[in-house]
Write a new protein. Sequence first.
Length: 380
Amino acid sequence: MKRIYVLLILLLFNYAPSIANDTTYEGLSNFTRVLDLIERNYVEEVDPEKLTNSAIDGMLKTLDPYSTYLSPERYRELEIGTSGEFGGVGMEVSEENGVLTVITPIEGSPAEKAGIKPRDQIIEIEGKSTQGMVVQEAVRILRGPSGSPVKITIRREGEKEPRVITLIRDKIVVKSVKPELLENGIGYVKLAQFQDRTSQELTEAIAGLEARNGGELSGLILDLRNNPGGLLTEAIDVVDEFIDSGLIVSVKGRTQDQTREYYATRNGSFQTFPVVVIVNDGSASASEVVAEALQDSKRALILGTKTFGKGSVQTIIKLEDGSGLKLTTAKFYAPSGRSINEVGVTPDIKVENSEDRDKQLESAINILSSPEADKTIPKG
C-alpha cells in the first residue's frame, strides 16, 4: 500500500499543485477507503498495484484519447518506439470515441502490406476485445519478435462485416526522408515522420535532387500522407526552410511555460520554387502543423483529403518508480488562429483517396508542370 500512496501523492503535489484543495483531499480519501474495502472484502484476492494502475488509467481516460499512465513496462515500450527501430506490425494507433483506431500504417510495414488503412477500428487483438483497452497496452501486444504472428479484427466504414487479419511482425525501421527526382525537374520528398534530424535530412535531400537535376528544381512535392507526426521542433524547422518570415504555429496551454509562438527565423534555403503538399486522413499532429503553416503563409498549395485532426501536445513525465505520465498539456493553433485539434487541415484542392495511391501524386505533378505554376503558387 505504501507505493500506492506515494504514487498518488507524487501525482497530486509534484505535478498538479494547483488542484490540491479540499475537494481533492476528499476524493483521495474516498479512493483509498474504496481500495481498502476491495482489498479486505472482495471475493477473490486482488493485486493493489493493478487496481491502482487501472484507477489512474480510468482517470486519464476521462480527459482525452492521448493522455495515459505508463507503467514501467509501458514506459520502456514508449522509449523503444521513439528509437526509430522496433519489432512489430507498423501502425500508429489512438483511441477515438472510445474505440482503438488506426491513425496510419507505416510505409512498407506488415500493416500497410496487409491493407490496413487510416480510420480502421481495431475491435479485437488475438481474440481479446479492445473495448476499454488503453493504447499503450494495445501497442505492447502488437509489438513482438520479427516473424511472429498476431491476429487482429478490424471494422472499416462502409463494410458490413469485420475483417480478421493475421499480421506477421517484422523489424520496423522508420526512414524519415525519402527523395526522388521526377519528370520536368520536379522534386518529390516523402516525409514519413518527424524524427531527430528530419529537417537536416530534408535539406540534404533537396540539395541532392538539385545536384542531380543540374540546377534549381522547377517545383517540389512534399508528401505528408500517412505521416502521424513526431517532434514538433523538427516540423517547425521544416517550415522554416520554406518561408522567410511570419508565425509558424502557436502552442497554447494553461500555464505560461506551456504557451509559446514559433516564428520563421532563418530565411530558409528553399524560397525559389513552387511547392505542393499532399495530405490525407492519415496526416496528423506535426504533419498538420507543416501543412497548415505553409497553407496560411500561401507558400504551398495543399492537395488531397482532410487530415486526421490531432492538434495537441503530449508531455512525457517520468515518475520515480520508472513509470510515466503522458499528459496533454497544450494545443496547436495555426497562424490564422484556428485550432487544428479535432478539425484537421482542409486541402486547397480535394483529390479523394483511391486504391491507386498515385492519383494524388499525378495531380500534384500536373499542377507543378503547368506554365501557371509560378503564378498560382507564390514563392518564398
